[in-house]
Design a protein. Structure first.
Length: 336
């Protein structure tokens, strides 16, 4: 064999190594894509959709709970289903489920049932993280809300800590500055903040999430938040949250329209009837107030279109793809 031939063989081998390395890197950083499971589990999205269509109409309030779960999941370690992991007594680790912001999150059993159906069809293929994202979208759609694209290919995380949930999920008592910071930390801007808050047009809240506005504002017992409409506050105290210690009573987030995904939430904000301080905070910035007014001047379909874009953006936060994470067999536990 000639020297030239050896040189060419070495050169060719060098590029094969480079291409293989690049392939491995691209695999570990693979992006999400629509119909990711088209070949590996072609019925996956249909199974999810069918289950949602069968059960959500009988319990429409669960749709709001599931979109909240998706939000809380994505804000901690990205959209990796870390919110679904159970605490383990053996290690003493308290997972995100145990954190204060997640103690009122519902829908875990719903996700487990969907996962079991998908696993029966395609074992070890579809991630719990993708199931959360698909269920959240399909649940809102089946209740008459907007559709948004859900590219898939997420993988499930291996770590879940209660302290991280507390440190990353925006709280209902946040002011505008805190909201802006927390959203910016996740790559979301002020328009996303306004649009994603619009999910409060459906669902319910516990009195404990906002009772300080009624009875203990600024840490002063008996003080009421002056930014809250006085008539609305009086009605809440008389008929709903009758004491500051009420931890069980629930209140409609968007009174009179809490089952309908519409613009009513934003109209209430301008009437100073947003339930949370974080809702009211959206009217304290000229930028977010301008976005609110733009939404109200448009149609419901305009809102749906913009909301869809922000939901897809949120669904991409710090996702694990390629060889990162794993595909859990059971959503509440990492694989052994």
């Amino acid at each position: 064999m000639s020297f030239q031939s050896n040189k060419m063989d070495t050169f060719g081998y060098f590029w094969l190594v480079i291409l293989a390395t690049l392939g491995a890197i691209n695999s570990s950083r693979a992006d999400l894509q629509l119909n990711f499971y088209a070949k590996t589990c072609p019925k996956a999205e249909t199974i999810v959709q069918d289950y949602v269509h069968e059960h959500i109409p009988n319990a429409p309030s669960v749709a709001a709970a599931l979109i909240r779960m998706h939000f809380h999941d994505c804000f901690v370690r990205g959209c990796d289903a870390s919110i679904l992991l159970n605490s383990t007594s053996s290690s003493g680790n308290q997972t995100e489920k145990a954190a204060t912001p997640n103690q009122t999150v519902r829908g875990f059993n719903f996700i487990d049932r969907v996962k079991s159906l998908v696993e029966a069809e395609c074992p070890g293929v579809v991630s719990c993280a993708d199931i959360i994202a698909l269920v959240a979208r399909d649940s809102i759609v089946v209740t008459g809300g907007p559709f948004w694209r859900v590219p898939t290919g997420r993988r499930d995380g291996l770590i879940s800590n209660a302290s991280e949930a507390l440190a990353n999920i925006p709280a209902p008592f946040f002011n505008f500055t805190s909201l802006q910071t927390f959203f910016a930390n996740k790559g979301l801007d002020l328009k996303d903040l306004v649009l994603l808050s619009g999910a409060h047009t459906v669902g319910i809240a516990h009195c404990s999430a906002f009772s300080s506005r009624l009875y203990n504002f600024s840490g002063i017992l008996g003080n009421q938040d002056p930014s809250l409409d006085s008539e609305y506050a009086a009605n809440l105290k008389a008929k709903k949250c009758k004491t500051i210690n009420d931890t069980t009573t629930i209140v409609e987030m968007d009174p009179g329209s809490f089952r309908t995904f519409d613009l009513s939430y934003y109209r209430l904000l301008l009437k100073r009837r947003g339930l949370f301080q974080s809702d009211a905070a959206l009217t304290t910035s000229s930028t977010t107030l301008s976005y609110i007014n733009e939404l109200l001047q448009g149609s419901r379909q305009d809102f749906y279109k913009e909301f869809a874009l922000s939901m897809e953006k949120m669904g991409r936060i710090d996702v694990k793809t390629g060889s990162s994470g794993e595909i859990r067999k059971h959503c509440a536990f990492v694989n052994s």
